[in-house]
Design a protein around this ligand. Structure first.
Ligand code: GLA
Length: 400
């Protein structure tokens, strides 16, 4: 039986319920509920600009209302004890002696504490409970949401003392250094700096960003293949190394090239024969994808939906054929969605190797789209898809 997630917002837990869960575990919180604080941090979907962030390029993610929420009580005992609704494992961390990586979700908690401390930020102990509607391993950045939510909780009574962009960079460092994935900044940036009703274009070199409002009447649909994203850190890090190999070769001919961001198609064509064929394909994806992000921003602003759909299709094909991070399930979901009435673009989103697609659809077309995915996709793939309509929301902050 296939299940549909429906509207993402309808699954969110409210502050009072989460506070009650904390009170049930923590006598101090139960005795004085005014000590309870709560924070939310969103997952993200990337509209376009995949595997460009670590190449100093452009991305266009939206923070979405699939969220991680934590109710917590700041303490002065230098200890974090955090329970999760999804995992019997507790995060128990002595902030004076943080444990080494264990290979589970608690690494994101420890890594965030270490990265905040390294950045000179105050780090406070807390007792907390976590509830999440961001599916794990689905390519919707549950790890970035966890890092941002934990960063807020570790900040104690007050909001973090730095700008969201700087907090995002600290969270990225947690993942790079403690968890060992050499991810770019996109996910943490989106979770920290999302805007309601908009995607946000980030220039990953200058870190300048600007909101790109979603066209009126269109909604974002996220569909999960039912295939856990196997982001083996190894496959991801290998793509990154291939991009670096392309830069090293091209810089021999054109000094000053520091990243694929500095490369255009003419330069790539001129030196194609000097590059390993696989490395050439990876570089071609990144160079063209960067151009597509800027073209998509323009097309969304002009409500040129035909162009948006074409750019999404080209992005997906490039990720499938040149970057080789798609899979048959993602391709099938995109084929079904792109062929449905009222759809103006569909593609895989996130790192790939399983996970989710993002689809831009007219609000009135979503029910039929959902039925097609739950019927046709499930039949043809033998997998259990999930489908959410999501809203673009603000980045991490206090939960009212
Ligand atoms: C993952 C990484 C991001 C980005 C995407 C691919 O989500 O965490 O930094 O590289 O893959 O676009």
């Amino acid at each position: 039986m296939s299940t549909s997630g429906g509207s993402a917002a309808s699954t969110l837990i409210d502050r009072a319920t989460l506070g009650d869960r904390l009170a049930a575990l923590d006598p101090v919180a139960a005795a004085d509920p005014s000590t309870i604080r709560a924070v939310r941090a969103p997952g993200r979907v990337n509209l376009i600009g995949e595997h460009t962030d670590y190449n100093d390029g452009f991305v266009l993610p939206a923070a979405i209302d699939l969220e991680i929420r934590i109710a917590y009580r700041p303490t002065d005992d230098r200890r974090v004890v955090l329970a999760s609704d999804a995992d019997p494992i507790l995060a128990e961390i002595d902030l004076e002696a943080p444990p080494p990586p264990r290979g589970d979700w608690t690494d994101y908690v420890t890594g965030t504490a270490l990265a905040m401390r390294a950045a000179g930020l105050p780090v406070t102990g807390f007792r907390g409970v976590l509830a999440s509607t961001v599916p794990v391993g689905a390519g919707l950045s549950s790890s970035a949401a966890l890092e941002l939510a934990v960063a807020w909780a570790l900040s104690g009574e007050a909001p973090p003392r730095i700008a969201p962009l700087d907090l995002a960079r600290i969270a990225q460092r947690a993942e790079n250094e403690h968890v060992g994935v050499r991810c770019g900044l996109m996910d943490q940036f989106a979770s920290a700096s999302g805007r309601p009703g908009a995607a946000v274009l980030l220039d990953c070199r200058t870190l300048a960003s600007r909101p790109v409002p979603l066209p009126d009447g269109l909604v974002l649909v996220v569909a999960h293949t039912g295939l856990p994203r196997a982001l083996g850190a190894s496959a991801y890090n290998e793509r990154r190394a291939q991009c670096e190999a392309a830069v090293a070769t091209l810089a021999r001919y054109r000094p000053g090239i520091g990243a694929l961001r500095d490369v255009d198609e003419a330069l790539l064509d001129a030196h194609a024969a000097t590059l390993d064929p696989i490395v050439l394909k990876r570089a071609r994806h990144v160079v063209r994808e960067n151009a597509r992000v800027l073209a998509a921003e323009r097309a969304l602003g002009e409500r040129d939906l035909g162009t948006v759909a074409r750019l999404f299709a080209e992005s997906h094909a490039s990720l499938r054929d040149d970057y080789e991070v798609s899979c048959p399930e993602l391709d099938l979901l995109v084929e079904i969605a792109a062929g449905s009435p009222g759809v103006h673009g569909s593609r895989m989103t996130g790192a790939g190797f399983g996970g989710c697609t993002v689809t831009l659809a007219e609000a009135g077309a979503v029910d039929a789209l959902r039925m097609r995915i739950l019927g046709e996709y499930a039949d043809r793939s033998g997998r259990e898809p999930r489908v959410w309509t999501v809203d673009a929301v603000a980045g991490a902050g206090e939960l009212a």
